[in-house]
Design a protein around this ligand. Structure first.
Ligand code: MTE
Ligand code: MO
Length: 199
């Protein structure tokens, strides 16, 4: 039977494998900050209390990793970019069109529009519990697919940074860690844009 939720070249699995380049950073929440900079009115650093106090948003996402596993109906909570704007922490300049997510030793780019879309979450919790260290504690960028929402553009999971600690807004699209190593800038799962030469 064909499965409309399964993008080309993917295989469904029922767990969340741990996948990353490099080691798992140890995070001390009292020292932790989320930095916002680039095409913003005032760059700032938010502490954990502030970030954790933002209104919570819950999402059920299908996750699709470029290494070909897909995991359906994963349950997350966290906040959306609009929450940072509504709380007055983020004022974007008109030229802001792209967002680079920064983590220790990792970065990844996306258009601002996609980071503000319903299929992207800044996740603090997985399955009702705070993120574990290996899954990105305390905060990760998370692109997912929402079943039935064909109107949204879905990207592979590498487009979300675990251990997220910075958001850099800019006018130009710049490559992140994997994009500099030949992976796709767009990364559309339905078009199977895994590598740059597919574009
Ligand atoms: N900081 C960081 N974030 C990252 C990565 C990484 O190497 N470093 N790998 C990405 C990739 S390729 C995937 S599939 C997911 C894996 O998330 P998981 O380990 O929670 O399954 O994290 C993404 N975010
Ligand atoms: Mo991945």
């Amino acid at each position: 039977m064909s499965d409309k939720r399964l993008p080309p070249g993917q295989k469904r699995i029922d767990k969340l494998p741990v996948l990353q380049f490099g080691s798992v950073p140890a995070v001390d929440l009292s020292q932790w900050r989320l930095r916002l900079w680039g095409a913003v009115q005032t760059p700032c650093e938010l502490d954990w209390e502030t970030v954790n106090g933002l209104p919570k948003t819950e999402r059920i996402f299908d996750l699709h990793c470029v290494t070909r596993w897909s995991n359906y109906d994963t349950y997350w909570s966290g906040f959306i970019l609009q929450a940072l704007i509504d709380a007055g922490y983020l004022r974007l300049l008109p030229e802001a069109r792209f967002v680079m997510q920064h983590a220790p030793g990792y970065s990844v780019n996306l258009p601002l529009e996609m980071v503000m879309s319903e299929n992207f979450l800044f996740a603090t919790h997985y399955d009702g519990k705070p993120l574990t260290a290996e899954h990105g504690f305390p905060l990760r960028g998370l692109p997912g697919a929402i079943s039935g929402r064909d109107d949204l553009q879905d990207v592979y999971l590498w487009k979300g940074a675990k251990w997220l600690h910075g958001l850099e807004f800019s006018a130009e699209d710049r490559p992140g860690y994997w994009e500099r190593r030949g992976y796709s800038m767009q990364a559309d799962i339905w078009k199977e844009q895994r590598y740059a030469e597919k574009e």
